[in-house]
Design a protein around this ligand. Structure first.
Ligand SMILES: Cc1cc2nc3c(=O)[nH]c(=O)nc-3n(C[C@H](O)[C@H](O)[C@H](O)COP(=O)(O)OP(=O)(O)OC[C@H]3O[C@@H](n4cnc5c(N)ncnc54)[C@H](O)[C@@H]3O)c2cc1C
Length: 485
């Protein structure tokens, strides 16, 4: 054992939001904690994910709001400038991609930070190898964990094996967030949350943007109405949207940029290409086979206490339960409770909230209609457009959206809901409470909804569900015409 090797209570692998929360809290509780980080303490969210992307979105929304002034509040001439956006990301969000503040925050709680790539090499044992080019010529180190190991290693951008793509200077979210320039034109591969958010940002800053989604609609994991709504808004804003045709080939030249050929033969061209086709966890790189976990899986399987194997916990994106910072923090809370032997609730996933911060914002919670039906629930749904709400009429512009409710008729509660529109993610909170706490739909009907808010559209959607369901049988027939809009 070298003098750098350590025996500790807990080794946390990966210091993204969940790993940082777990490692810091366990250290504050008095345990000896070693945290291993291969790159930056804080992980994807503050440096290349949630925080900087939302700064970009805030800027892009301001540009668009400014352009809505004519006809409502005077005259406006908006000249978008990327320089302040890039500067805010560099200086305010990421400290120029420097994690000193976060690292000091952890060591200030008594934790030991070990830089390098960690891998389980025996039960209760992690070997840390310095990352070439990042951690100099440091020696590998051995960490032994008396209580256990927490896997919080997240995911990285998945790059699909499209002929011609490998070896080209394509962007993932890292380069897109770090860019100092808006490309003259951009092809975005993938119309999920990340692809859609970034596509709209760059388009609003003047780039000619095309989005190619291989599945049949944008935001394929959300209600079909959400993807269709977004496609309409994108087309109106000048973004080319192509769905249902996966990319078949990519070519690149220094002079001509990128050409993405879709499987129908159409070419999309761009100075830059953003690959936003999902995320992947590296189970073989973590050595989880040593503790009996199948390394061919896409995610580390966990029970309700986030236990993955004896003496091993996992949390965050690597568990595949939802790639959100709030999920990682939620699961970290369970890990902390379990390791400290505190009474804690087991993980529940029936009311996972998710928000795509496009304009309109798309919030979803619980099951979509299709998921509820796949589970054999008898459901009825109602969908009401937001622009018809009083607030939508008052606002006049930028109100595209809808509320969709999915009722589990057997229980008389909402199984899921979608809130798309202005502040759709904020409006979602009321629906998230309803789904989480299984509030009876009848009780929701009896609530008072403030006038003239956007969330008042929830009341109209509840009306759209029809009269109180009695048992399952009448539900599907009880769908009102507007409920199927
Ligand atoms: C563009 C973009 C926008 C996003 N926006 C949102 C949003 O608005 N809201 C939201 O909730 N989520 C958002 N997300 C998702 C969010 O960033 C992730 O869900 C979150 O960061 C996951 O946290 P995590 O704790 O699993 O770890 P991660 O943040 O993935 O961090 C894992 C850390 O582990 C380290 N690591 C990996 N392997 C090893 C190893 N073997 N040894 C040592 N260290 C290792 C990595 O270097 C990394 O620092 C966004 C993601 C992207 C890409």
């Amino acid at each position: 054992m070298s003098e750098l090797d350590r025996d500790v209570d807990v080794v946390v692998l990966g210091m993204g939001p969940g790993g940082e929360h777990a490692a810091g809290s366990l250290a504050e509780a008095g345990l000896a904690v070693a945290a291993v980080e291969a790159h930056l303490v804080g992980g994807e969210c503050p440096y290349w994910g949630c925080v900087p992307s939302k700064m970009m979105i805030r800027a892009a929304d301001l540009v668009t709001e400014g352009r809505r002034i004519p006809g409502m509040a005077g005259r406006s001439e908006v000249t978008p400038d990327w320089a302040p956006v890039a500067r805010r990301i560099r200086d305010e969000a990421t400290d120029n991609w420097d994690d000193k503040v976060a690292a000091d925050r952890f060591t200030g709680k008594g934790g030991i930070l070990v830089r390098g790539h960690g891998r389980i090499t025996a039960p209760g044992e992690v070997t840390v190898t310095p990352v070439p080019g990042r951690h100099g010529n440091a020696e590998p180190r051995l960490l032994r964990a008396r209580k256990g190991i927490v896997l919080a290693t997240g995911t990285t951008a998945a790059v699909p094996p499209i002929p011609g793509l490998a070896g080209t200077p394509f962007w993932t979210n890292h380069a897109a967030i770090e860019t100092e320039q808006v490309p003259e034109s951009l092809v975005v591969l993938g119309g999920g949350a990340v692809g859609s958010e970034l596509a709209q940002v760059f388009a609003r800053f003047g780039s000619r943007v095309s989005v190619a989604e291989g599945l049949s609609r944008l935001l394929p994991l959300e209600e079909p109405e959400a993807g269709n709504l977004l496609a309409g808004v994108f087309e109106r804003e000048g973004i080319t949207v192509r769905t249902g045709h996966p990319a078949a080939r990519v070519t690149h030249s220094a002079a001509g940029g990128f050409t993405v050929t879709l499987d129908g033969g159409e070419d999309l061209t761009g100075e830059a290409l953003l690959v936003a086709t999902g995320r992947r966890a590296d189970l073989p790189g973590l050595g989880v086979g040593v503790v009996g976990i199948d390394e061919t899986l896409k995610a580390v399987p966990v029970d309700e206490h986030m236990r993955a194997a004896p003496g091993v916990w996992a949390l965050g994106d690597v568990t595949g339960k939802g790639a959100f910072t709030h999920m990682s923090m939620y699961q970290a809370g369970i890990v902390i409770g379990d390791i400290l032997g505190r009474e804690h609730h087991g993980a529940e996933y029936h009311a996972v909230p998710r928000v795509t911060f496009t304009d309109p914002e798309v919030g979803g919670v619980g099951l979509t209609e299709a998921q509820a039906r796949e589970r054999g629930m008898q459901v009825r749904t109602a969908t009401v457009p937001v622009p018809e709400s009083a607030r939508g009429w008052i606002h006049k512009a930028g109100n595209d959206g809808f509320i969709k409710l999915v009722e589990d008729c057997g229980r008389g509660v909402l199984a899921g809901a979608t809130s798309a529109g202005p502040c759709g993610g904020e409006v979602l909170s009321a629906l998230a409470v309803a789904v989480h706490a299984a509030v009876p739909v009848q009780r929701l009907r009896e609530m008072i909804y403030a006038y003239p808010t956007f969330h008042r559209a929830i009341e109209a959607a509840l009306d759209g569900l029809g009269p109180q369901a009695r048992g399952c049988a009448p539900c599907d027939q009880a769908r009102l015409p507007q409920a199927q809009a």
